[in-house]
Design a protein around this ligand. Structure first.
Ligand code: URP
Ligand code: ZN
Ligand code: ZN
Length: 459
C-alpha cells in the first residue's frame, strides 16, 4: 500500500514547511515539497498540520490500584488515544511484591495482546528492591523494558526506601536503563493523612491538603541527589509543583542529568476543582494532586525553556459513580487517577500553541519527539523522516471541539475538562501506514498494535 499525504504543513520538532509525505507500506519513504509518485491512496492535507503521531509515555491501562481497576483496558484506552492523535503509548507493568519482573511483564503483555489498537511498550514498576530483582532488571532491558518506575510515595504499596532506590539506580547505570521516579514524601504524607482523618477532615480536598507541594519538592530533591550519587540520569514523572520544578532546573544548571514530564491536568486544572460540590472534587483525586492556579505559569515556563522535557497524561481513569465513591467519607480511599489519554494533544495545542506559550515545533517536541527520544523509541517513533514508522496525524488547527464525556471515547463516566472548548483537533490518524481514524471515525482494529522493544539509553 502506497499513500501520499499531499499539501499539508509538515511539522516536526525542528521543521515547518508545506510539503508531501510518501508512505510505502508501514514506513515513511520520503518527504518533500512536491512529490510526484504513483500511489494507491492520496490524502488531501491542505490547510492541515501533518505531525508525527503523539507519544504518551505515561499511561495506566487495566491497572489494579486502590481496590479498583482503571476502567480503560488496552482496547478502549488505545482507541481513545488514537482518536486524540496518540499513536504510541508506554504503559506501566507492575511487579507485585514477592513476584518477579518477568511475571509482571508477561502479565501486561497478555493484557495488551489482541486488544491494543496502537503500538505500545512498557515501563516496569518495582514494588520492592531485592538482590534477585536487581539482577533481573538486566533481563528486562533485553526484552525492551528499558525503564523502571520507583515510588517515594504510597507506603505499604509501592514505596521503596532510599537504600533500595539507590541500588536500583546503580543497577540502571550498569544496564542503560532509566529510573522514572514518583517523587512525593510518602511517609510524611501518611502522617498528615492520619492526622486529618482523626480531625474528621474526610472530603476530597483533604487529599490535596495532605500532599503539600513541599512533599513533592523534598522528594524531587532527594531523588536527584540519589541519582547524582549513583551517577545516573533520573526522570521525574508527573511533576506538578513549582518547588519540584525548581529542583529539576537547579540540577540541570549544575549539569546533572535530571529530566521531568508534566501532565495536562497540572496545566489546566487547579486546587479549586477539589472544592466542587457533591463529592465532585473526587474526580480530580490523583497523586501528586492539583496545585494552585499560579503554578500553571511556572510549568508552562518549564516546558518552554526545556526544564520539562515532555507532556504525558498519567491516564488512570476510575468512574465517578462506582470507583471514586469508594472514598465517600474517607478521601484516602478514593482511587487515585483521572482520564486524559484522548485529550492531551488538543488541550496542549490549544493552551500551548494557540495560547502563545510554546511554538508549534515545541508542541510536537513535547508531545512526541522528546518522549520518543527519552524512552528509546526515536527515530522509529516521534518524527516524520524517511525510514521512520508512518505514524502520522493530520491535525486541523482551525477546528474546534467541546470536551465532554458524552462524545469522547474513554471508558469513563466523567471528564475533568467537561464543557471546555479547544481549538485544534486530530482529524485523521495513521499508524504504521494504516489509517485508523478517518475524519473522526475509528477504522482501525483492536489487536493490530505491536509491542515495542525499546532501546537502552545511549548516553
Ligand atoms: O494518581 C495517580 N497518579 N495514579 C496513577 C499512579 C501513579 O502514581 O502514577
Ligand atoms: Zn506516580
Ligand atoms: Zn502514573
Amino acid at each position: 500500500m502506497k499513500t501520499l499525504i499531499k499539501g499539508g504543513t509538515i511539522v516536526t520538532a525542528t521543521d515547518l514547511f508545506p510539503g508531501d509525505v510518501y508512505i510505502d507500506d508501514d514506513m515513511i519513504h520520503s518527504v518533500g515539497t512536491t512529490l510526484a509518485v504513483d500511489v494507491d491512496k492520496t490524502i488531501d492535507a491542505r490547510g492541515k498540520l501533518v505531525i508525527p503521531g503523539g507519544v504518551d509515555v505515561h499511561t495506566h491501562l487495566d491497572m489494579p490500584f486502590g481496590g479498583a481497576f482503571s476502567v480503560d483496558d488496552f482496547k478502549t484506552g488505545t482507541i481513545a488515544a488514537a482518536f486524540g492523535g496518540t499513536t504510541t503509548i508506554v504503559d506501566f507493568a507492575i511487579q507485585q511484591r514477592g513476584g518477579t519482573l518477568r511475571e509482571a511483564w508477561e502479565t501486561w503483555m497478555g493484557k495488551a495482546e489482541g486488544k491494543a489498537a496502537i503500538d505500545y511498550g512498557f515501563h516496569m514498576i518495582m514494588s520492592e528492591h531485592t538482590p534477585a530483582l536487581e539482577r533481573e532488571m538486566g533481563e528486562l532491558v533485553e526484552e525492551g523494558v528499558t525503564s523502571f518506575k520507583l515510588f517515594m510515595a504510597y507506603p505499604g504499596v509501592f514505596f521503596m526506601d532510599d537504600g533500595g532506590i539507590f541500588r536500583c539506580m546503580q543497577r540502571s547505570g550498569e544496564i542503560g536503563a532509566m529510573i522514572c521516579m514518583h517523587a512525593e514524601n510518602g511517609l510524611v504524607i501518611d502522617a498528615l493523612v492520619e492526622q486529618a482523618l482523626r480531625r474528621g477532615e474526610t472530603e476530597p480536598k483533604y487529599h490535596a491538603l495532605t500532599r503539600p507541594p513541599e512533599a513533592e519538592a523534598e522528594a524531587t530533591h532527594r531523588a536527584i541527589a540519589l541519582a547524582e550519587m549513583a551517577n545516573v540520569p533520573v526522570y521525574i514523572v508527573h511533576l506538578s509543583a513549582t518547588g519540584a520544578l525548581a529542583e529539576v532546573s537547579a540540577a540541570r544548571r549544575r549539569g546533572v542529568q535530571a529530566f521531568a514530564e508534566t501532565c495536562p491536568q497540572y496545566l489546566f486544572l487547579s486546587y479549586k476543582n477539589y472544592e466542587e460540590p457533591d463529592f465532585g472534587g473526587a474526580k480530580y483525586v490523583m497523586s501528586p494532586p492539583l496545585r494552585s492556579k499560579e503554578t500553571q505559569k511556572d510549568l508552562w515556563r518549564g516546558l518552554a525553556f526545556n526544564d520539562l522535557q515532555g507532556i504525558s497524561t498519567d491516564h488512570c481513569p476510575f468512574c465517578f459513580k462506582d470507583g471514586k465513591q469508594l472514598g465517600r467519607g474517607d478521601f484516602s480511599k478514593i482511587p487515585n487517577g483521572a482520564p486524559g489519554i484522548e485529550t492531551r494533544m488538543s488541550l496542549t495545542y490549544d493552551g500551548g500553541v494557540v495560547g502563545g506559550r510554546i511554538s508549534v515545533n515545541r508542541w510536537v517536541e513535547l508531545t512526541s519527539t522528546s518522549p520518543a527520544k527519552m524512552f528509546g523509541l526515536f527515530p522509529k517513533k516521534g518524527t516524520i523522516a524517511p525510514g521512520s514508522d508512518a505514524d502520522i496525524v493530520i491535525f486541523d488547527p482551525e477546528a474546534e471541539a467541546t470536551l465532554s464525556a458524552e462524545t469522547l471515547h474513554m471508558n469513563v463516566d466523567y471528564n475533568p475538562y467537561e464543557g471546555r472548548r479547544v481549538k485544534g483537533v486530530s482529524e485523521t490518524v495513521i499508524s504504521r501506514g494504516e489509517v485508523i481514524v478517518d475524519k473522526g471515525i475509528f477504522v482501525g482494529a483492536a489487536g493490530r498494535g505491536r509491542y515495542l522493544k525499546r532501546a537502552p539509553r545511549s548516553t
